[in-house]
Design a protein around this ligand. Structure first.
Ligand code: FCB
Length: 441
């Protein structure tokens, strides 16, 4: 059964999401270097060593891209403003061209009747600050708050909502413990510091923007459903430990001012001295929560490795181009869990959900029916969560465009609009048309 707009509350927002480095083209408009440029330039980190220098050239094609949102009957657009574009050295001199770009972009979003949902940090740590340790350095909190203030002074009067950080788990754990994302560290001490400083940066930015009277502040967290490989106590603990690191650390930090014991079990010795005193700042009240959800993982105890002593087991469900299992039940689970255990009636937005598929343009069309099924199943899961009491106010598909998928370069296609990375031509896929029909009024 297909979805229609009327299946959702009257004020529910349907949107699509993107991020600056993944679409804009960091080679344009005086943007400064960021840690993704050098991570990509280091052999073995990124497929074909691709970077975001051109990406979708959204820097020049943004008007056409915004038109795709209106033609798709969307209500809102989630985008990010690059720190390195606004402050090429991370602090100090401002790139006027960068601020002008975001000014025009926000006006363009509003002119098309869309609500601008801004993210402040979607991973472009300016290289000059990466040199000083980036998220491992406590000073990052006030550098980030300064950036938040500068961009907000320019466009804060027109955005509908601001998220401080996109996916702190990726910023901290994936990038400093697992080493898959920039800066590519695999070090538990760096990881513990980043796990804390990313939330301290969030708290410092919220404090600063609140002080300026800026409304509707939130954060975007990612969640991954954890399934134990068996009901053995050791596998159950492995799964609970991953759940604590991935799904509890950040939400408990910001809503309760505590970190889960199962995660501190490994991280406590490596935390920055005096971290407990930061928790009040970290847990300031928010106006909304963003939930990003893609998949689940199955966790088993791995006795021969140091803490967290877990390994992933390949699951039986159908998988996307990323190899991620399709598990809409997990989205229902997190939306209801957030409402029940953490945020009560606070507005929740699904700020990202989507799938990669090896899409091809054939005779001018892309028949990604598998993505339609994925999308509608996750919208159904969202609808059920609302019926069961979660105050979900909107859903943003990831992503509007095929784009730079980080360590996977341009290989993994998440868009509802296909991008030919040679010609930069955009071709709306079948899923885009299906969603446009569902959203028509
Ligand atoms: C999320 C990121 C987004 C994109 C999707 C597939 O983790 O926020 O930039 O890479 O995954």
């Amino acid at each position: 059964m297909k979805i229609t707009r009327t299946d959702f509350p009257e004020d529910f927002l349907f949107g699509a999401a993107t991020a600056a480095y993944q679409i804009e083209g960091s080679g344009f408009g005086g943007c400064g270097p960021c840690h993704w440029d050098t991570f990509a330039a280091t052999p073995g980190n990124v497929v074909r060593a691709e970077d975001g220098a051109v990406a979708c050239d959204h820097y020049h094609l943004w008007e056409d891209d915004l038109d795709l949102l209106t033609q798709g009957n969307f209500d809102a657009y989630r985008f990010s403003t690059s720190w390195a574009r606004v402050l090429p050295e991370g602090r100090g001199p401002v790139n006027a061209e960068g601020l002008d770009f975001y000014d025009r972009l926000v006006d363009g979003i509003l002119e098309r009747g869309l609500k601008p949902f801004q993210t402040l940090y979607h991973w472009e740590m300016p290289s000059a600050l990466a040199d000083l340790g980036g998220w491992t350095n406590r000073d990052v909190a006030h550098w980030f708050a300064d950036f938040a203030e500068i961009i907000t002074r320019r466009i804060g009067d027109r955005v509908a909502a601001i998220a401080t950080i996109n996916e702190p788990w990726c910023v901290a754990w994936l990038s400093h413990f697992l080493g898959h994302h920039a800066p590519g560290l695999r070090d538990i001490r760096a990881a513990a510091r980043a796990m804390h400083h990313v939330l301290l940066g969030h708290g410092a930015a919220v404090e600063r923007l609140r002080g300026m009277g800026q409304p509707n502040l939130g954060i975007v967290l990612n969640f991954d459903h954890c399934t134990p490989a068996s009901d053995n106590a050791a596998d159950m603990l492995a799964s609970a430990t991953q759940d604590a690191i991935f799904n509890r650390w950040f939400i408990e930090g910001i809503t309760k001012g505590t970190y889960p014991d199962e995660a501190l079990a490994g991280l406590a010795p490596h935390m920055p001295v005096g971290w407990e005193e930061d928790m009040v700042r970290i847990s300031q009240p928010l106006d909304w929560l963003g939930v990003n959800y893609y998949t689940r993982h199955i966790h088993a105890f791995a006795p021969d490795t140091p803490w967290p002593s877990t390994r992933d087991v390949v699951g039986p469900l159908p998988k996307t181009q990323m190899g991620w299992e399709i598990y809409p039940e997990g989205l229902y689970g997190f939306l209801t869990r957030m409402a029940r255990d953490y945020v009560g009636d606070l507005p929740i937005y699904v700020t990202e959900n989507g799938m990669a598929n090896a899409d091809e343009v054939i005779n001018g069309a892309v028949n990604d029916h598998v993505r339609e099924d994925f999308l509608f199943a996750h919208l159904r899961a969202t609808e059920r969560a609302i019926a069961d009491g979660a105050n979900v106010k909107g859903f943003f598909y990831w992503s509007l465009l095929d784009n730079y998928e980080w360590a996977f370069g341009y290989e993994k296609r998440f868009g509802i609009v296909h991008v030919d990375f040679e010609t930069l031509q955009r071709t709306p896929k079948a899923s885009y048309h299906a969603l446009a029909r569902a959203l028509s009024r």
